[in-house]
Design a protein around this ligand. Structure first.
Ligand SMILES: *Cc1c(COP(=O)(O)O)cnc(C)c1O
Length: 476
């Protein structure tokens, strides 16, 4: 069989909203051309993030019913702990309400003012939590990761030579070392088993504890199985277990490979660290047998951690990302190569060469996708990372990307085909897509609340002539 089908059938459905072009133009203007400010009722297909947007299985919903909502010593905690311990091998399993709470507690325990934390690429909440503790977050990813066209299979690798030199110079100022699997900031790209083994060896030789940011451990394990010589005969579970065994602990967001809508944990072997972490947990998350989650969340999470390693699920998951990537490339939309785990990244700098970086080509592309088909994706370029200078200039981001993140088990192949058809229409009209002006820039994390306007009113001629569609359902 060459068709890779969704390995599930549908038991509950949720209607998706449809809008007309006219409505989308109005809604977008009201939202100041920032897709974060749109109501979800105005969005037909939402590819903003894969975080917390998964569809849960019948088994997960059933598990929620047997949850034991005891304040202390809940049976649900022991079930959760057993699943996480069997998967990771770590001694201490500490639930948190999501990944960033695990990060905050870990760094509060291990990090002192002025200390460094190396990683392939720090995810934005990880970096923010390190900096909040007065630490420095350093990125030591391999050089191949910077080239969107390189199809190097393990762009999530740490540059081990740089790491060695870095630790030789700084070992006494490094609180802990990390590796993010898969590398979300670098495009959902995996790290190889050989590289994680190498990282563990270098960190440990320098006496630095090694923690994984394990949010997408199953997608990383599957890509090791598919891409790394000598790994094809092992199961994703066996590979994941070996990866966890190389580190001293991990932080995890269940909203990714836990296939749940909320949840996270810290796991580690160090008893003193676990004691400190549990003491902090009680202050802000809750008692250590629930840690910011309801017992029913722990139950669903425990089941999700098993389902995510099902070979049929992983095959379908990775095939659907690749299908979208290859479909976009076939119609002339360049993307970062190769296909990663959870998302496809459109290279807007290359696709819209007539829009200069200071006019936010990624934002233009995201706006065009919403207007054309009610699809929401996320700019990852100069809106997020560009920096205005004191003399009124602007330093753009190195890359201008639009991330199409795929929620787990939510959309079918026909939904993806719709996205491809809609993108083909954008290709036909791309000369008419203009730049965006940022009319209001908030001081922090500008992408969430910045306001924009289309330069030279390019949206009017491009979409004003299109015939209005029927309105099956108005957003509300
Ligand atoms: C999502 C994510 C986090 C933070 O997890 P939340 O549950 O959103 O707090 C940390 N690291 C990586 C790599 C992530 O993708």
């Amino acid at each position: 069989m060459s068709v890779i089908i969704e390995p599930f059938k549908i038991k509950t459905v949720e209607a998706i909203p449809f809008t007309t072009l006219e409505q989308r133009c109005l809604l977008l203007r009201e939202a100041h051309y920032n897709l974060f400010l749109l109501p979800s009722s105005a969005i037909t297909f939402d590819f903003l993030t894969d975080s917390g947007t998964a569809a849960m299985s019948d088994v997960q919903w059933a598990a929620m019913m047997r949850a034991d909502e005891s304040y202390a010593g809940s049976k649900s905690y022991w079930r959760f702990e057993k699943v996480v311990r069997e998967l990771t091998g770590y001694t201490h399993i500490i639930p948190t309400h999501q990944g960033r709470a695990a990060e905050r507690i870990l760094f509060s325990c291990l990090l002192r003012q002025g200390q460094h934390v190396p990683n392939n690429n720090h995810f934005d909440t990880t970096r923010a939590n390190i900096e909040f503790q007065g630490g420095l977050a350093d990125d030591l990813v391999v050089a191949e990761s910077q080239d969107p066209r390189s199809s190097y299979p393990f762009k999530g690798n740490l540059d081990l030579e740089r790491l060695e030199n870095y630790l030789t110079e700084n070992a006494d100022r490094v609180a802990l070392g990390m590796q993010t699997i898969t590398n979300n900031t670098g495009g959902g790209q995996p790290a190889s088993l050989a590289n994680i083994r190498g990282a563990a060896e270098v960190y440990h030789r320098h006496g630095v504890p090694f923690f994984l940011d394990a949010c997408r451990f199953a997608e990383n394990a599957y890509m090791i199985q598919q891409r790394e010589p000598g790994q094809s005969n092992r199961s994703a579970r066996e590979i994941a277990q070996e990866v966890f065994s190389l580190a001293d602990g991990c932080t995890m967001s269940g909203k990714k490979d836990g296939i749940v809508n909320m949840g996270g944990f810290i796991a580690c072997n160090d008893s003193l660290l676990a004691r400190d972490a549990r003491n902090l947990l009680i202050l802000t998350e809750g008692f250590p047998t629930y840690g910011g989650q309801a017992a029913r969340d722990l139950e669903a999470f425990a089941v999700g951690l098993g389902e995510v390693l099902d070979p049929r699920y992983l095959e379908y998951r990775m095939a659907s990302t690749k299908y979208l990537l290859e479909g976009l490339n076939a119609i002339g939309i360049p993307t970062m190569q190769p296909a990663g785990g959870h998302a496809v990244y459109v290279d807007a700098k290359e696709f819209l060469p007539h829009v200069p970086p200071e006019q936010f080509p990624g934002q233009s592309m995201a706006v065009a996708m919403y207007l054309e088909g009610g699809v929401r994706a996320c700019e990852i370029g100069s809106v997020m990372f560009g920096k205005p200078t004191d003399d009124g200039g602007f330093v753009p981001s190195e890359l201008e990307l639009v991330r199409i993140a795929i929620p787990r088990r939510r959309y079918t192949q026909s939904h993806i085909d719709y996205v491809l058809e809609m993108c083909a229409r954008i290709v036909d009209r791309k000369e008419g897509i203009g730049g965006m002006e940022m009319t209001e820039r908030p001081p922090f994390l500008p992408h969430f609340t910045a306001k924009f306007a289309p330069i030279d009113r390019w949206i009017e001629p491009l979409f004003g002539s299109a015939s209005p569609e029927e309105t099956p359902r108005a957003p509300g």
